[in-house]
Ligand binder design. Structure first.
Ligand SMILES: NC(=O)c1ccc[n+]([C@@H]2O[C@H](COP(=O)([O-])OP(=O)(O)OC[C@H]3O[C@@H](n4cnc5c(N)ncnc54)[C@H](OP(=O)(O)O)[C@@H]3O)[C@@H](O)[C@H]2O)c1
Length: 271
């Protein structure tokens, strides 16, 4: 029987690259995202590579929709071996410009979305005494980035969730890994939320981020996909992907220096 992976946010970017790579490596897939035509296009690519796929649109912040999809996946494929929690949204804004509704949206998708999938799949993994959970975090969950408080809060929470859960589940045969991308040239900007005191500042922030995503230092979604597959094949606690390895390492050893440098960047209004 072929192994099966459940991947959220698989209609584009890192999630799409991961779904296609897993298909190439013999996995059947359950994929989800909200945009039907893009998700269906990814499903078609997977089918044409000879693998089976269930592609159903869902918002990962909708607990009952996620539970129904997990149950459908187990029913159809009899087993799910890997969960890749990836669906996420970026938000760049000073705290003073971040509304409570913004906070709720970011935490609902970037944190609750991950908790709902884990909660739905865990009984299956525990019963089988095996399984892999890969949580896609961010270098923004390892290094504090000024004016990205809501996003970093959600991603630091993912790092905490991942590290703690790993200790708990490892003795039960279930591997939990955090894969933390640096800036990655995906379609992240399409969904990203920008807030600032006026529209000019928002536009400046948007342009700076666009430049970072397309800079030679940026990773490609396929780089992150490879790291995710590798973390399944060779379980490890944490993988940093791309150029932020160094600042993340320095922040662990010398948080004062790294964070001082980050503060300097607030003058340029975006990291
Ligand atoms: N790109 C970067 O620079 C970067 C850096 C560090 C970490 N990351 C992390 O990597 C992950 C993937 O990001 P990406 O760069 O591939 O971004 P992306 O191109 O915007 O892809 C995000 C995916 O998530 C889906 N999604 C978003 N909100 C959703 C929701 N509520 N329910 C279901 N699906 C949802 C999107 O599809 P729909 O909108 O159609 O639902 C899309 O398939 C995220 O967790 C992100 O935080 C990215």
């Amino acid at each position: 029987m072929s192994p099966t992976a459940f991947i959220t946010g698989a209609s584009q970017g890192i999630g799409k690259a991961t779904a296609l790579l897993f298909a190439k490596n013999g996995y059947d897939l359950i994929i989800t995202a909200r945009t039907k035509d893009k998700l269906e296009a990814v499903a078609e690519e997977i089918r044409s590579s000879g693998r089976q796929v269930i592609a159903i649109t869902a918002d990962t912040s909708n607990r009952s929709a996620i539970e129904a999809l997990v149950n459908l996946g187990i029913e159809r494929f009899s087993q799910i071996d890997v969960l890749v929690n990836n669906a996420g949204v970026c938000m760049s804004a000073p705290m003073a410009e971040t509304t409570i509704e913004d906070w709720e949206r970011i935490i609902d998708v970037n944190l609750w979305g991950y908790i709902y999938t884990i909660n739905a799949l865990l009984p299956h993994f525990i019963e089988r005494k095996q399984g892999n959970i890969i949580n896609v975090g961010s270098f923004g969950g390892k290094v504090p980035l000024p004016k990205m408080t809501a996003y970093c809060t959600s991603k630091f929470a993912i790092a905490g969730l991942t590290e703690t859960l790993r200790l708990e589940l490892e003795p039960q045969g279930i591997h939990v890994s955090g894969v933390h991308p640096s800036v990655t040239n995906s379609d992240f900007m399409e969904r990203a939320i920008f807030r600032d005191r006026d529209s000019q500042e928002e536009e400046n922030r948007r342009k700076s981020m666009q430049q970072m995503l397309t800079s030679p230092l940026a990773s490609q979604p396929e780089d992150v996909a490879k790291a995710i597959l590798d973390a399944v094949k060779h379980p490890q606690a944490e993988v940093m992907v791309g150029s932020a390895k160094v600042p993340a390492f320095l922040n662990r050893l010398f948080p004062g220096i790294t964070q001082g440098m980050m503060q300097l960047t607030t003058k340029s209004s975006l990291v």
